[in-house]
Design a protein around this ligand. Structure first.
Ligand SMILES: O=c1ccn([C@H]2C[C@H](O)[C@@H](CO)O2)c(=O)[nH]1
Ligand SMILES: [Zn+2]
Length: 165
């Protein structure tokens, strides 16, 4: 047995993973193909590091995104935040799974800022798939990628705040 957390993309592994994360194999395949395809839409002339993201909404829609860089380097945005920004502004608030695809192996995982951004909108149990160029993947729940996290439930409900703080 391999000690690597990188899973191969064979159907037996995929079916076991789908059972664990309550996904259908068709949803898994769509998460992979859409996140991989989204890499082609990246604007990354500075790093030349393409990242694609696909999010599966609670009603089985996919929202995709890719990284968008900027000549003022820190202004650039990751694929995950582009995809979640699109999803949220299109009215989606609940998500079943997130996929991120890169061309490196082992695959890249979401940066710290994206983990927190995802934390705002996803349950801690939400699976985050990280694919390499060949479709091999690492999968972790959000709570594994961002332990002891800070989220919206820690704050008082907006309506309970005094008019001025
Ligand atoms: O999970 C990640 C990691 C990096 N990037 C982007 C940011 C930048 O454009 C490029 C290199 O860091 O990759 C993402 O989009 N998502
Ligand atoms: Zn990021």
């Amino acid at each position: 047995m391999s000690t690597s957390i990188l899973s191969s993309a064979d159907e037996a592994t995929i079916s076991k993973v789908c059972e664990t994360y309550s996904l259908k194999p068709t949803q898994f395949h769509a998460l992979h193909s859409r996140s991989a395809a989204a890499k082609a839409t990246a604007y990354c002339p500075y790093s030349r590091f393409r990242v694609g993201c696909s999010i599966l909404t609670e009603n089985d829609q996919h929202i995709d995104g890719a990284n968008v860089e900027n000549a003022a380097y820190p202004v650039g945005t990751c694929a995950e935040r582009v995809a979640f920004g699109k999803a949220v502004t299109e009215g989606h608030r609940k998500f079943k799974a997130v996929a991120v695809a890169t061309d490196i192996s082992p695959p890249a995982s979401p940066c710290g800022m994206c983990r927190q951004f995802i934390r705002e909108f996803c349950e801690l149990q939400t699976p985050i798939f990280m694919f390499d160029k060949d479709g091999n993947f690492v999968v972790m729940r959000l709570e594994q990628l961002l332990p002891l996290s800070f989220g919206p439930e820690a704050l008082p409900p907006p309506g309970s705040l005094p008019a001025r703080g």
